[in-house]
Structures are given as structure tokens and as C-alpha cells.
Design a protein around this ligand. Structure first.
Ligand SMILES: Cc1ncc(COP(=O)(O)O)c(C=O)c1O
Length: 398
């Protein structure tokens, strides 16, 4: 086995990671050595060849799109690279043929990246944004879905595949079916899902999906992708198109005089979003991290992370935390969120945990742990010891 072979539960590919207990992959994934090396190699190539490297990295986009497509059950032609989730959501929101009076459905309590672009587009075109109630991790999915039907019809429903604050995984197949039966479309913010939760856009019937690179995909920040279901891109307004969004866009730079034109049609494909230079080093790193995810396999990663959660959750319950892990197994994800025991301030708890070597987050006031494939199962006991220590330190201080 090579020194760079990824192994579940083994942090050897993260030699620069100094945090002893890293449970924060839902926030930012530290790049693994192969990711660092791939990003650096791209920069080194530009450093040595300058403009001569342009063709190589434009070509690499196609390979990355094919990789991302195979990760989500799509075809590479239906993927476009974009800088982050938000820009992918914006491309969808401003791409729809929104008319005055159209209704967009968002979901209460979602991460703002999946609300702000919808509000902006609604404001621009005279549409309205309404909110579905936030799904409760312990409530029945069937009951929530039933409740959602009262909000339809709408033009489009925008939801996160996995909630950033509770880790609740949305029933995407059911939502797509519900939307389509009411003449609506389904747009998914998948940044908390792709790379950890098996997700097949074709089987699920998703219309649009946006995802950034730096969480579960484990790439560097600054890249991501947009998926558009076949047949939909031709109906989108290509509001975010740019000079590289047309066929043979660089002819005027390579073929001599007479090739400069402004009348070329923008591509009727998801890659219309690739309108300009992208963060090529980030894309190179992302390609390396997706290769690793494919080597290990997302279903195996998911199982590993559930084992990590299975090990930590009993400690949380024992010390009086309220676990927000959904009771329905299909609603679980890479996130294990909880609420601290009464009298414990979550901000102070996260800060104390940080001092004790544990990195985790507190989105919307929940304490959130998120392990990924390199997270050792054996670390859970040590992490739990630090959690107990942090609790007792805080109690002593009050
Ligand atoms: C559900 C969700 N969507 C979007 C984002 C932001 O993604 P980006 O910075 O790639 O736009 C986050 C970040 O935490 C998130 O949790």
C-alpha cells in the first residue's frame, strides 16, 4: 500500500492538521496531502509555463466534471463548475423564468446561502418567497411532507439536502415527486451532503443542485458545481454567463484576426456558469479529493461516520445533552448535533473544547460534531473525555 493510500479512520494523509480532535468537516475540511499536492502542482505549472498552461487546466475541467457527475449519478454534460454553493444557487434563481406573482418556497431556519439568492431573484422579478416550516429531527417525515403539500403549488422549492444545524437529511425523492405533481421544480443545496451521503440526482428526480467544495467534498475553498437536469438548461436565462460560456470562446485569442465576436450563443448546458477563469488550483485539489472519495466509496464513508456517531451519542446523552440525531435512520447524515445540558452556555462550551483540542461548531446555537473518512473511531473516547472535562470546567466557573 502506498504512503498516499487513503484508509478509513486513518489521519496519516493529514500530517499538517494540528487539531487533535477534528470534528468539523461540516464547516471546513482540512486538505489532505494529495489535495495540497494537486493544488500546488497546478500553481507550480502556471509558475513554470505561465499562459502556456491555460489549455491544460481548461481541459482538466472536463475530467473534474465527469468525476463530480459520477459522484452524484449525473452525466458530465449536466455539470457546470462554479466557485461555491451560493453562486450555484444564484445561477438557478436568476436562471428561472420568474414572473410577477410567482411563488418560491424556501425552508425556515435554512443556511442563508439557500435563501438570500432566492430573495434577490424574487425582488428582481416581482416574485414572492414563502417558507415551509423547519423539519423537526424527531417528528415523522410523513407528517412534515403532508404539511408541505398545503404550501403548494409554487414555482420552485429550494431546500438543503442536509440541514446545517441539525443534520436532518431531506426526503428528496418524495419532495421531487411532490413538486412535480404540483407543476413545481426542486432545487437542492447539497453542500452538507455530497461526499458523505449517497445521493443520485437522476434516481431522486432533482431538477437543480448546487454544491461547494470545502466541506464533505474535502477540496480547497473556491470551487463547486451546479447540476441541471437534462432538458432544463435550455429554458434557463443565462444571467451569470460570461466570455467563456460560448462555443470555442478563445478563438479570438488564438486564431489571428477576424474571430472576435459578441453574437455567439451561450451554451444551453449547466456549464454556462463557467463564464470566466475559475480557481484552477482549487479545482485541481478538488479533483484529487474526489478521487479519494471514489476510492473509498461514499457508502463506506457514510457507514464509518455513523459508527463514529454511534460511539459518541451515548456519552452525550449520559451527560445530559439533547441529541438532535434523527430517529428515522434515513434522515441521518454526517452531522451529529445536540443541545447542551441546562445551564451550559454553548459559546463557552465550544471555546473550552477548542482549548482542549476539539474542533467543532455551534451553528444556530447547536453543538455540532462532524467526522469524515479520516476520523478514527478510537478518537471518540478521548473526545468524550474532553467534553466531560469542558462541562465540569464550565460548571466550576459558574
Ligand atoms: C447548507 C449550507 N449551504 C451553503 C453554505 C455555504 O456554502 P458556500 O460558501 O459554498 O456558498 C453552507 C455553509 O456552511 C451550508 O451549511
Amino acid at each position: 500500500m502506498s504512503a498516499l493510500t487513503p484508509v478509513l479512520g486513518d489521519r496519516s494523509l493529514f500530517p499538517h492538521l494540528q487539531v487533535p480532535y477534528y470534528a468539523n468537516f461540516a464547516a471546513i475540511s482540512p486538505p489532505s496531502l494529495p489535495v495540497e499536492q494537486a493544488a500546488l502542482a497546478q500553481i507550480r505549472d502556471v509558475a513554470s509555463r505561465g499562459a502556456g498552461s491555460f489549455g491544460t487546466w481548461i481541459g482538466a475541467r472536463r475530467t473534474l466534471k465527469d468525476q463530480l457527475a459520477s459522484l452524484v449519478g449525473a452525466h458530465g454534460d449536466d455539470i457546470g463548475l462554479c466557485p461555491n454553493t451560493t453562486m450555484g444557487v444564484a445561477a438557478i434563481a436568476f436562471g428561472l423564468d420568474l414572473q410577477p406573482g410567482d411563488r418560491i418556497l424556501c425552508v425556515q431556519g435554512e443556511f442563508p446561502a439557500n435563501v438570500l439568492p432566492w430573495q434577490q431573484a424574487a425582488q428582481r422579478f416581482g416574485a414572492t418567497v414563502d417558507f415551509l416550516p423547519a423539519p423537526e429531527p424527531f417528528a415523522s417525515t410523513r407528517a412534515w411532507l403532508e404539511h408541505c403539500t398545503h404550501f403548494l403549488p409554487c414555482k420552485i422549492l429550494a431546500i438543503s439536502a442536509v440541514r446545517f444545524d441539525t443534520g436532518w437529511r431531506a426526503p428528496l425523492a418524495e419532495l421531487a415527486d411532490l413538486c412535480h405533481r404540483h407543476g413545481a421544480q426542486l432545487a437542492v443545496d447539497a453542500v452538507q451532503a455530497v461526499g458523505i451521503v449517497p445521493l443520485d440526482v437522476t434516481a431522486l428526480g432533482i431538477d437543480y443542485l448546487a454544491c461547494g467544495s470545502h466541506k464533505w467534498l474535502m477540496g480547497p475553498e473556491g470551487s463547486g458545481f451546479l447540476y441541471v437536469r437534462p432538458g432544463l438548461a435550455e429554458h434557463m436565462h443565462k444571467t451569470l454567463a460570461g466570455w467563456l460560456s460560448v462555443p470555442d470562446p478563445a478563438d479570438f485569442l488564438m486564431r489571428g484576426p477576424g474571430w472576435l465576436r459578441y453574437d455567439k450563443p451561450v451554451r444551453d448546458r449547466a456549464d454556462f456558469v463557467e463564464g470566466a477563469n475559475v480557481a484552477a488550483a482549487s479545482c485541481a485539489g478538488l479533483a484529487a479529493s474526489v478521487t479519494i472519495l471514489q476510492q473509498i466509496g461514499v457508502p463506506s464513508i457514510y457507514t464509518h461516520v455513523q459508527q463514529w456517531h454511534d460511539a459518541l451519542e451515548p456519552y452525550l446523552l449520559h451527560w445530559g445533552f439533547t441529541s438532535l440525531r434523527p430517529t428515522e435512520v434515513d434522515r441521518r447524515s454526517g452531522i451529529l448535533a445536540c443541545r447542551p445540558p441546562q445551564g451550559i452556555d454553548v459559546v463557552a462550551l465550544q471555546a473550552r473544547l477548542g482549548e482542549l483540542g476539539v474542533s467543532c461548531s455551534i451553528p444556530n446555537g447547536n453543538l455540532r460534531f462532524s467526522a469524515h473518512w479520516p476520523s478514527p473511531l478510537a478518537e471518540v473516547t478521548g473526545l468524550a473525555d474532553r467534553l466531560e472535562q469542558a462541562l465540569s470546567d464550565l460548571r466550576r466557573a459558574t
